[in-house]
Design a protein around this ligand. Structure first.
Ligand SMILES: C[S@@+](CC[C@H](N)C(=O)[O-])C[C@H]1O[C@@H](n2cnc3c(N)ncnc32)[C@H](O)[C@@H]1O
Length: 231
């Protein structure tokens, strides 16, 4: 059984200050994923929209999206206080403070019910236990307007399959290349926190809470990225 993380421990002060240098080495295609998120939302959205950013971390997705369209506004949902501290500094340094609201906590405790024009969940759903994923999708869905997109990226797969084992091995090989002598410790720590669901089960869970179209637009090793449209 994967363990349930405490975001304030897994993403503590030390990790938070090193996160932006570390994560592009840990996650294959990290920068590409954020470029694709901008591309997807750039195609889907007009000006003056509000975007719900779940698991915002240090706000990389907000910085890239805000740069793409200067009229977009954001609500960052993030349970780790140290990550929010780093995020606030980055947002302030970019001159974006008046376009970003922060909520320190998880989505279920966000008072703002929207409705938002779009949502993102980049590299956070893997921390949600399988039996809780539908509730998180629902908490996002109920805050979205009809036809609003949700863009997500995270590790995915059915741990019972050979395909999944190969994808995990590919990621492990990648980490050995990028993190060298730290690779074994990092892989052991990170892989122990991943709550996997198959892609088919994820699509079914999304459809159960009102998303009508679910399209996977990126695959790299054990990572996938999707756009789902609220019906
Ligand atoms: C790997 S980071 C991704 C951050 C950012 N989205 C990015 O692309 O760099 C995952 C973030 O999700 C947050 N997180 C963990 N569990 C969460 C939950 N249940 N709800 C919202 N965020 C969560 C963590 O605190 C962490 O900041």
């Amino acid at each position: 059984m994967p363990r349930l993380i405490d975001p304030n421990v897994q993403f503590d002060a030390e990790m938070s200050v090193h996160y932006d240098g570390f994560v592009p080495r840990l996650i294959p295609d990290y920068v590409r994923i954020h470029e694709l998120v901008v591309a997807q939302l750039g195609l889907a959205l007009e000006e003056n929209v509000r975007i719900l950013v779940v698991g915002a971390g240090t706000c990389t997705e907000i910085l890239t999206l805000a740069d793409f369209d200067p009229t977009w506004r954001f609500t960052a949902v993030e349970p780790s206080t140290p990550m929010v501290e780093v995020a606030r500094e980055r947002i302030e340094a970019a001159g974006l403070s008046d376009r970003v609201d922060f909520h320190i906590g998880t989505i279920d405790t966000l008072e703002d019910q929207g409705p938002f024009d779009a949502a993102t969940a980049i590299l956070m759903m893997q921390f949600v236990p399988v039996e809780r994923k539908a509730a998180v999708f629902n908490d996002i869905s109920k805050r979205l307007k009809t036809r609003a997109p949700l863009v997500m990226a995270h590790p995915i797969g059915d741990p019972e399959t050979d395909e999944h084992a190969l994808s995990m091995q590919a990621w492990r090989d990648h980490i050995e290349e990028t993190l060298k002598e730290h690779a074994e410790t990092v892989y052991a720590n990170v892989s122990d926190t991943l709550h996997f669901m198959s892609d088919d089960a994820q699509t079914a869970a999304l459809k159960d809470v009102g998303f009508t179209e679910v399209v996977r637009f990126h695959t790299k090793m054990v990572f996938g990225a999707w756009i789902a449209i609220k019906g």
